[in-house]
Design a binder for this molecule. Structure first.
Ligand code: ADP
Ligand code: SF4
Length: 683
């Protein structure tokens, strides 16, 4: 296929100081959860992006000194020469594909808690960083840096830059963003100094300039020096084209770095979830930078559409299209555009499960790309699947797990039939993607169905609920059951144990709502699932004009979504839709149009009028078919079925990311003996 000439501009080289990026696709620094202890895993993850056409591929934050110790969150280090080799594994792998390698040198300042090194956090004036995420909160205030601390910091950056160059990095960062140390010097709220580093903006940028100079000197100008800078707080009036502190800072620094990497200030605004934030949301904050500097500018915005990318360049917003999430969801996005295969892009859905993995302290996980993080360990490639199989597979269930399993099995060479009970494929997403803000999540289904339809050895049967007899009579060599899960009306005890189901008229689960249950207000949503469903249903009901009260034993609405950066926006949205929120309560009974609420800690009771009680709690696998077939091994063998597998939510209910992953793994491993499966370990 041929590339659309409209996109040619995306494939122009860009000069970045002494280095030349082969195209405008720039995989910006983002955490992968892979530390120096996982060099091969990290190298394979990053190199896959280079193979997929990203002209620049960066690592995530890399600490320059033990006074910036983020553990147990996973971060890389360049603390001494012993750290060089682990990074060289990545740069060599990236270079093999013709891309430049970048490293984000990082000092967290007041942000890093130094839990293991036990060194005092550093800051311009001893002002703490105020976290809302419990694992980021600290009971240690930062030390105000004196002149010798500043000299030390510049020396650490210089030493880390020298090591970075020795490791083979082409682009070396100074990171003045996200509340980290150099950023704190830019912000008057943190920087209350009265010396040459505080006061007017010309003083506040001094440290950043000295760090840039130190980086350049350390590499004698051989490496490109990038400045990553957050502009949200500095530009308190986004979209205003007059002078703001952000304009002043860029004006002061416009000639210093070889590249500006511009971004927002906080994770929820920088890596905003699609639930409330569209593609390109940074533009009103970063749009002015190119008007001030002649240096190339890179920025992100969950860009997946090549038209949007071209527009960003033509309108003078960006020179390089930054990608973190889009490069995780589809490392081959640039190549697909280059080869005129844009419709094959596995578009990021903006669910932020990747960010949640970092908050969990683990390797990156992606809902759309189950191979992310498994390139080395399991040898999975996002595009290439070994064509090693023949035979006929029947997949029962066309949700995320069944579709992913079917697609990967088809790529392996199996003849695949997917039977779905409902009229529409998509499983849980058929309903969930219709909930407020979750429309982009349907890309999980669209991508897979689009790919499956291109195979002539795949048959898709909607409206086909199968029984055990249907399966036995089908003539399949292998059967994969991806029959999903259902929500239960079970309750929750104050000791955090499951309790008996709440029963009676008016009690319902999200499945009942999906199936069109009649709902009479006022509605009480009782959520102890704590992910998106409880708040999404509440907003859905409120938008239908019903009075809604959201009740949870947790301290926040959708408490787990602190990990996906959605929590603040969910609270804002429920308030906007007049949903009443009762945290720290559970529902103790429901009868005669009234629910009883009990306070989790005091036991105090309260009553609420209620027409419909929606319980969003546990899910149970729908695996009766599997159980029935597994109990009939002779019939299964007589039907010629060599293997019977269960996957996705039917195996273990969970977030969609897990269903897709399990569907993929089931397909990769089908017919492969455990001893022959690749599982590589790193120390
Ligand atoms: P997962 O996330 O694991 O893919 P879902 O619940 O999203 O799970 O999807 C499971 C799908 O399986 C649903 O669309 C459901 O209609 C379908 N399904 C369940 N039982 C059968 C059956 N007996 N025959 C065909 N399809 C089924
Ligand atoms: Fe995008 Fe979700 Fe994948 Fe992150 S996990 S890259 S947000 S699809």
């Amino acid at each position: 296929m041929v590339r659309d000439p409209r996109y040619d501009i995306l494939f122009e080289p860009v000069q970045i100081g002494p280095k030349r990026a082969p195209n405008r696709f720039y995989a910006v620094p983002h955490s992968s959860g892979m530390t120096n202890a996982n060099p091969e895993t990290r190298a394979a993850f990053r190199a896959t992006k280079a193979e997929g056409g990203w002209g620049v591929v960066c690592t995530g934050a890399c600490s320059i000194h033990p006074s910036a110790d983020d553990r147990p969150f996973p971060n890389a280090t360049l603390w001494d020469d012993a750290d060089i080799r682990t990074h060289a594994v990545m740069t060599e792998a990236v270079h093999r594909h013709g891309a430049l390698a970048g490293v984000e040198l990082w000092h967290g300042g007041a942000f890093s808690m130094n839990r293991i090194t036990r060194l005092p956090p550093l800051s311009p004036s001893g002002v703490p960083w105020l976290a809302t995420h419990v694992p980021f909160m600290s009971q240690q205030r930062p030390k105000a840096m004196d002149a010798s601390d500043i000299r030390d910091l510049i020396h650490w950056q210089s030493a880390a830059a020298r090591r970075a160059e020795a490791a083979g990095f082409d682009i070396i960062y100074v990171y003045a963003g996200m509340g980290y140390l150099p950023h704190e010097f830019l912000l008057a709220e943190y920087n209350r100094r009265t010396d040459a580093y505080g006061g007017a903006m010309s003083n506040r940028v001094r440290l950043v300039r000295e760090l840039i100079d130190a980086t350049r000197e350390a590499t004698s100008g051989r490496a490109a020096v990038a400045l990553r800078i957050s502009l949200e707080e500095l530009r308190k009036r986004p979209g205003v084209h007059g002078e703001t502190e952000a304009h002043e800072a860029i004006e002061q620094l416009k000639g210093d770095p070889d590249l500006f990497d511009v971004k927002m200030d906080t994770s929820p605004t920088d890596c905003a979830a699609s639930r409330y934030t569209p593609e390109g949301s940074h533009e009103p904050v970063v749009d002015f930078v190119k008007r001030i500097t002649s240096k190339p500018v890179v920025g992100v915005g969950r860009f997946t559409s090549p038209d949007t990318m071209v527009s960003q360049i033509r309108r003078g917003i960006l020179d390089l299209i930054g990608g973190a999430r889009p490069s995780i969801a589809d490392p081959f996005l640039p190549r697909k555009i280059a080869e005129g295969r844009g419709e094959e892009i596995r578009e990021c859905i903006g669910c932020n499960m990747c960010i949640a993995s970092w908050h969990d302290g683990v390797w990156v996980r992606c809902t759309q790309n189950p191979t992310a993080g498994e390139e080395h360990r399991r040898g999975w490639h996002p595009e290439k699947v070994k064509r090693d199989a023949t035979g006929r597979v029947l997949v029962v269930g066309g949700g995320p797990a069944g579709l992913e399993a079917g697609l990967t099995l088809a790529r392996r060479g199996f003849d695949v039939t997917i039977a779905e009970a409902r009229e529409q494929f998509g499983g849980r997403l058929a309903f969930e993607s219709r909930l407020p803000g979750l429309n982009a999540w349907h890309r999980v289904v669209d991508y897979r169905l689009g790919q499956l339809r291109a195979f002539n050895h795949v048959a898709l049967y909607p409206a086909s609920p199968l029984t055990a007899e249907d399966i036995l009579n089908f003539g399949a060599d292998h059967v994969v059951l991806a029959t999903g899960a259902r929500w239960l009306p079970d309750s929750f005890s104050p000791n955090e144990h499951p309790a008996d189901a709440i029963t009676g008229p008016g009690v319902m689960t999200p499945d009942d709502i999906a199936e069109g249950a009649a709902i009479e207000g006022p509605v009480v949503v009782f959520d102890f699932d704590d992910y998106y469903m409880g708040s999404a249903i509440s907003e859905h009901m409120a938008r239908r004009g019903l009075d809604v009260t959201y009740v949870t034993p947790a301290g926040f609405v959708s408490a787990w979504t602190i990990n996906t950066n959605e929590l603040p926006l969910i609270h804002r949205s429920l308030a906007h839709h007049a949903v009443v929120v009762r945290t720290l309560h559970f529902v103790s009974s429901f009868a005669n149009g009234e629910v009883s609420l009990t306070h989790l800690f005091t036991g105090d009771q309260a009553a609420l009028p209620c027409g419909a009680l929606v319980v969003v709690g546990h899910r149970a696998p729908v695996n009766a078919l599997y159980a029935e077939l597994a109990a009939r091994p002779r019939d299964v063998a007589a039907a010629g079925i060599a293997s019977l597998a269960v996957t996705g939510d039917a195996l273990a209910p969970g977030a969609i990311v897990h269903a897709v992953y399990n569907g993929h793994r089931t397909a990769r491993e089908l017919g492969i003996a455990p001893a022959q499966r690749i599982v590589r370990r790193e120390a």
